[in-house]
Design a protein. Structure first.
Length: 368
């Protein structure tokens, strides 16, 4: 049985601007990380403010640690003392870094001596030991955010709320701080709700994911479920599905569906619950699931149900990977390492065999 450390039921909040947030049901477990992912302005930060009781709900319930925390009779200060929040902008005081980190302990009446172990751990992991005597005004944006995170984490909150804490930091500093922060969250097992619009961050750190769009939860589930089985085209695109192919179900046997693709001679096979023949669907394929073969080197390399001959139309450099686009009668995208590009001799105009396991193809009802 799932232990719901924080649970939201039929929450609604309306604003004069016309924006409204509606969350039918959302929860997270103790010592787990729930990631709220979605485009800017979708309602992620609004939800954080409602959980932290910085704003009041119009209706609905929020339960935290088995207690209802919505309603006029709730002592908001007591509830907030069990949470810590870090926003995009580090809200630091005009005093030393050392004083900034300990200020939360003083506000909450906690003895500094009792927190020495976690304090020492955090300033070491966040690499701010040599900054303790400095004023935050003299620090870079990344250094300031490290201080803000240390101040929140030293409180050892029951729930940590992180509202895009890496959004306003330069790329290099963001990657370094992300690695340090995620190491801390894993090591401490801190119950966390993490807001981001970066799917890579979500993929690395999340236990569960809620996709937020226009004030609604479009999909909520375990990380692999959301990334592997997106519920709609919007979600598929947002979580990094590069290939979306529209078609019609020709038949389903033993939970394997054969899909006729619009404008192509190729069929696609997908492992799925039975779908009625004639149903319009969209097949979603993640680029890391597409395997490429040089047909000159290995003319019969794949025995997978989904094997497509095609021509490479474009290769883009993504850093660690290269994005290879193939015309198979439909556009198919694969992520390939630099070594594989060289080993297989891949280049635009090259004929290749593309292979995808039926179990790696997810289908949902199409919008066409």
């Amino acid at each position: 049985m799932v232990s719901k450390f924080l649970e939201i039921i039929r929450l609604e909040k309306k604003y004069n601007s016309g924006f409204s947030l509606k969350v039918e049901h959302l929860f997270t477990e103790e010592n787990k990380i729930l990631v709220l992912i979605g485009p800017n302005g979708s309602g992620k930060s609004t939800l954080i403010k409602l959980i932290n009781l910085l704003e009041s709900t119009d209706s609905g319930s929020i339960y935290f640690n088995d207690k209802l925390i919505t309603g006029s009779e709730v002592d908001k200060i007591i509830v907030r003392k069990e949470m810590s929040t870090v926003f995009q902008e580090p809200l630091l005081f005009n005093t030393s870094v050392y004083n900034n980190i300990l200020m939360g302990l003083e506000f909450r009446g906690k003895k500094i001596s009792a927190s020495k172990e976690i304090f020492d751990y955090l300033i070491d992991k966040l690499k701010i030991k040599n900054l303790l005597k400095r004023n935050p005004k003299s620090l870079s944006g990344g250094e300031q955010q490290r201080v803000a995170l240390a101040r929140a984490l030293v409180l050892e909150p029951k729930l940590l709320l992180l509202d895009e804490p890496l959004a306003n930091i330069d790329q290099l500093s963001r990657e370094e701080l992300r690695n340090d922060l995620f190491d801390i969250l894993r090591a401490t097992g801190r119950s966390t709700i993490y807001v981001t619009h970066d799917r890579n961050e979500a993929m690395i750190i999340a236990d569960s994911i809620a996709v937020v769009n226009e004030g609604r939860i479009e999909q909520f589930g375990l990380k692999d479920e959301v990334f592997r089985k997106p519920a709609s085209e919007f979600i598929a695109k947002f979580v990094g599905v590069e290939t979306l192919i529209e078609g019609i179900v020709a038949e389903c046997r033993d939970n394997v569906c054969r899909i006729k693709i619009d404008g192509s001679k190729n069929d696609i096979f997908a492992v799925s619950a039975p779908v009625d023949q004639g149903t319009k669907v969209t097949a979603a394929i993640r680029p890391e699931d597409v395997i490429l073969y040089n047909i000159e080197m290995n003319p019969e390399s794949s025995s997978a149900m989904n094997s497509f001959m095609g021509e490479i139309t474009e290769i883009q450099d993504l850093g660690i990977f290269k994005k290879v686009e193939i015309d198979c009668g439909f556009n198919l995208v694969s992520f390939v390492t630099r070594n594989s590009i060289d080993r297989l001799g891949l280049e635009p105009g090259k004929k290749v065999l593309s292979s995808v396991k039926a179990s790696s193809v997810h289908i949902f009802r199409g919008s066409h």
